[in-house]
Design a protein around this ligand. Structure first.
Ligand SMILES: [Mn+2]
Length: 254
């Protein structure tokens, strides 16, 4: 998406952020926790910052018997979107979510990055993968799969073949990660440059799964959202909540 999304949040008093739920049929505990969260959450808006789904191989999955899990997920978001706007930007796993899935879910698509204007400050939201510039292999891969040409060619393959390709890609990525000595974090200088360029003080992102609040230079900072893992000990199930009166705080959901 070329145009920068800008959200007017000047009259909102509470906002919820989640990312990296990695919803998949084979992880029912994550789904249950997320479903409970959606039914209970109260805020002026919900932002989902990518990798909501473990993988998305194309909206035509919604016509297929195999797509019953995804249909249920989108229907739950749609219910939530009746109470509050649900904004979303794509992650590296679910960047192929298209117009049909958006319509079925009631989510409003955002550019990555996008700007939120509150009464006090401006925030920059992103999935975060584009800022992991040190992972040059991934950045090359990202450039390929985000091109219209690759996406057209991928989406023209039969659905079941795409599902197999997604599993293969996932395995390759796991194997590559196992070989790497350490994971690649968001590049500090790039994050600061993005913030300055968009006149924002706070960056909020997911992707790295390293939930934290980092202070950057010149009064800038970034919040990193947690991934969701119901089976971790202790379980990682949390949102980031902003209240006009008290600011940002992580909110454990168990
Ligand atoms: Mn990601």
């Amino acid at each position: 998406m070329a145009e920068l999304s800008q959200i007017d949040a000047r009259h909102w008093s509470s906002i919820e952020f989640i990312s990296d739920i990695h919803l998949q049929r084979s992880e029912p505990a994550n789904f249950e926790a997320w479903s409970r969260y959606l039914s209970q959450v109260r805020a002026d808006a919900l932002f989902i910052l990518g990798d909501l789904f473990e993988v998305w191989v194309g909206d035509d999955l919604l016509d297929h018997p195999e797509g019953d899990f995804e249909r249920e997920c989108l229907a739950l978001i749609h219910q939530t979107s009746q109470r509050m706007p649900v904004h979303w930007l794509v992650g590296n796993r679910d960047f192929l979510v298209g117009e049909r899935a958006l319509k079925a879910s009631g989510m409003q698509a955002l550019s990555d990055p996008c700007v939120v204007h509150t009464a006090q400050d401006n925030w920059l939201l992103s999935h975060g993968d584009e800022l992991c510039v040190g992972d040059t292999d991934y950045q090359a891969f990202r450039q390929t799969v985000r091109s219209a040409q690759w996406q057209q060619s991928f989406l023209s393959q039969p659905l079941l073949q795409r599902m197999q390709m997604a599993r293969d890609l996932r395995q390759q990525s796991e194997a590559r990660k196992a070989q790497q000595p350490s994971w690649v974090d968001v590049d500090k200088a790039s994050a600061e440059q993005w913030l300055k360029q968009h006149h924002c003080h706070v960056l909020i992102h997911g992707h790295t799964h390293q939930a934290a609040h980092h202070t950057l230079s010149a009064g800038l900072s970034r919040w990193v959202l947690s991934d969701w893992e119901a089976h971790a000990k202790p379980p990682r199930l949390q949102s980031l909540r902003w209240e006009a009166a008290s600011g940002f705080a992580t909110r454990p959901l168990v």
